[in-house]
Write a protein that binds this ligand. Structure first.
Ligand code: PEP
Ligand code: MN
Length: 339
């Protein structure tokens, strides 16, 4: 349930509600709105009496509303406006579409800096690059590890772009927090609940990818794990799902964008690179994602895709990425956004 406070409710009234929530065995999560604060009441409700009336009688409370969805903190019912937060100087969840671009894997300094400068020049807002790679085969390139993180730090210094990189293991969190601005949870780890809980206790923003066979409701429950630990900076990312179709690497679920936008206040991203698996489909599906209401996109870019150590076939060359950015501007405008 959620406790909606009256407009202008005092700090001590909010504190009293929070203390009562703890007393009845739940966790309070305060969400401050422009006029009103809302307090999410979350936790295991098995065997507990319904405390709605007790909470509704507290001073400063306007009403107590049950939440119909299994995800509570992720639901638009608790937070009507799309969540907006800063990642360094960039804002996520605003009218301006956020563009994450960069190579699938960090390979070497020359590769990364060249790509970072090119995507920055074309208008990207964040740099992506994997240092710990979740590869289908244990014999494929697994990423440069810490050396890759150091190169990402150099690229950040050269361009000012915030860094997005994947975390695969809870053990790596301290190391990753030193280098990155956004922790990416990949499709293969999207239901790794201990990892989700751990990034939920981080101060860093999280880019949570949808698992390849995760339903939209399950995906929102994954986000709920992160939110329930206190991290509110969660970006969701549709990256294609497994279907019977083999003409593309995955089936990019464009439907997920308006569905997620309706169900959750969390910013919704789209990754047409993994969603399609072929560079020639990336631009049209990026435009489609923007038209469908995405708050951001994540695109793989490589200066020499023919020799890329991973995902070369779905990577745009810098020139093609710059063309995409030009094509995206009028589409964004048509749906009342900027890019
Ligand atoms: C990636 O972003 O390079 C990646 C591995 O993505 P996903 O987890 O969506 O497959
Ligand atoms: Mn990739």
């Amino acid at each position: 349930m959620i406790v909606v406070m009256k407009t202008g409710a005092k700090k001590d009234q909010i504190e009293k509600v929070k203390a009562t929530i703890v007393e009845i065995g739940y966790k309070p999560h305060v969400i401050k709105g422009v006029l009103q604060s809302v307090i999410g009441v979350v936790g295991d409700d098995r065997g507990k009496v319904n405390h709605m009336e007790r909470l509704s009688l507290l001073e400063g409370v306007e009403r107590v509303v049950p939440i119909s969805q299994p995800y509570k903190l992720a639901s638009r019912e608790v937070h009507e406006q799309t969540s907006r937060f800063k990642v360094n100087k960039s804002t996520v969840g605003s009218n301006k579409i956020c563009v994450i671009a960069g190579p699938c894997s960090v390979e070497n300094e020359e590769q990364l800096i060249t790509i970072a400068k090119a995507v920055k020049k074309a208008g990207a807002t964040m740099l992506r690059g994997g240092a710990f790679k979740p590869r289908t085969s244990p014999y494929s390139f697994q990423g440069l590890g810490e050396e890759g993180l150091k190169l990402l730090a150099k690229a950040k210094e050269a361009t000012g772009l915030p860094i997005v990189t994947e975390i695969m293991d809870t053990d790596d969190i301290d190391l990753l927090e030193d280098y990155t601005d956004v922790l990416q949870i990949g499709a293969r780890n999207s239901q790794n609940y201990s990892l989700l809980r751990r990034v939920g206790r981080s101060k860093k923003a999280v880019l949570l990818k949808r698992g390849m066979s995760t339903t939209i409701n399950e995906f929102l429950m994954c986000a709920e794990y992160v939110l329930s630990e206190g991290n509110e900076k969660v970006m969701l990312c549709e990256r294609g799902i497994r279907t019977f179709e083999t003409a593309t690497r995955n089936t990019f679920d464009l439907n997920a964008i308006p569905v997620l936008k309706e169900k959750t206040h969390l910013p919704v991203f789209a990754d047409p690179s993994h969603g399609t698996g072929y560079w020639q489909y990336v631009t049209p599906m990026t435009l489609a994602a923007i038209a469908a209401g995405a708050d951001g996109v994540a695109i793989e870019v490589h200066n020499n895709p023919e020799v890329a150590v991973s995902d070369g076939g779905q990577s745009l060359k810098p020139k093609k990425f710059a063309d995409l950015m030009k094509k995206a501007a009028p589409v964004a405008r048509a749906v009342g956004r900027k890019i």
